[in-house]
Ligand binder design. Structure first.
Ligand code: ATP
Length: 280
């Protein structure tokens, strides 16, 4: 059974605090792109094979999040991962893969782990694989108004960026939360997003300055809004039409950059798990 593991995009991400245990509190609008990894599962002894354009960058030992997800469910599965997404790039590849394994195993009757977030803060939202507002340390998910299928360009400049140093480079951790979600179409969503930020963006740029170049290039290519996702370094640009996104992606191809035209996926991935929505 093939499970999609769509790229996660933080369309907006505010860092609103820090808990005594060091975990940061976030307020983020999370959505998914129509591009991602794929995971296929077969019953059998625990094993992992990987192919795809970024296969060489993922561990294939026990530390791979696909195998850890199966282990967390007490399941034995033979897993094949097609790695289409760049690794350590702010679009949740590992969490998306782990969630896809959990979805696939749940469809075969295994029970989800009690605390999927223990494997990664983005796993609960990736299990749902549909637009949600994510708060706390990733465990609080609330429904949002429907999102349009916005045309997007995603660019990763080819520099892996681990998450902890980006949080460590933050100058403030007590920013206000997101404004109330109140969009009803693409224009009002873009207006709403323009009132938001990714608070991790300046910190990530201080570590990987080429992110600023990527954002400027998206702006010059006509993006209505350009922003970094997660802790970077992948950035997204929102375009007026699929043709405009494709033309921009063609124009923004550089050696070492991963550049794709895609769109927001307004509907959940098949087999999505919706039980976490609206939990306090
Ligand atoms: P996030 O947006 O949730 O911060 P990310 O996109 O920045 O995630 P990942 O691609 O999930 O980061 O990779 C983080 C680390 O996890 C990598 O350094 C990699 O070695 C490890 N890892 C383990 N399993 C996987 C997997 N299946 N895919 C990608 N990375 C994996």
């Amino acid at each position: 059974m093939i499970q999609p593991a769509p790229a996660k995009l933080n369309l907006a991400l505010h860092v609103t605090g820090r808990r005594a245990d060091g975990y940061h509190l976030l307020d983020s609008l999370v959505a998914f792109a129509a591009i991602g990894d794929h995971v296929s599962l077969q019953t059998g002894p625990a094993a992992l094979t990987v192919d795809g354009p970024f296969a060489e960058q993922v561990p294939t030992d026990d530390s791979n999040l696909c195998l850890r997800a199966a282990r967390a469910m007490g399941a034995e599965a033979s897993i094949h991962l097609t790695k289409n997404l760049p690794v350590a790039s702010g679009i949740g590849g590992g969490s998306a893969d782990a969630a896809a394994v959990m979805r696939g195993l749940a469809a075969q009757g295994w029970s989800l782990p009690d605390n999927p977030a223990a494997l990664g803060a983005d796993i609960p939202v990736c299990l749902a694989s549909r637009p949600l507002r994510m708060r706390g340390v990733g465990e609080r998910l609330d429904a949002v108004p429907p999102l349009p299928a916005l045309p997007l360009v995603l660019i990763n400049p080819g520099q892996p960026l681990a998450t902890p140093p980006v949080f460590a480079a933050l100058s403030r951790r007590d920013n206000p939360g997101l404004p109330d979600p109140d969009w009803h179409d693409a224009e009002s969503l873009i207006d709403w997003l323009a009132r938001c930020r990714n608070d991790l963006q300046p910190a990530a740029i201080s570590l990987v300055p080429v992110i600023a170049e990527v954002l400027a290039a998206l702006d010059r290519a006509g993006a209505r809004l350009a922003r970094m996702s997660g802790s970077g370094a992948t950035c997204f640009g929102i375009f007026d039409s699929p043709d405009a996104a494709r033309a921009a992606a063609d124009a923004l191809t550089r050696p070492g950059w991963w550049t794709v035209a895609t769109e927001l996926a307004p509907l959940p991935a098949p087999g999505y798990i919706s039980t976490k929505t609206g939990r306090k």
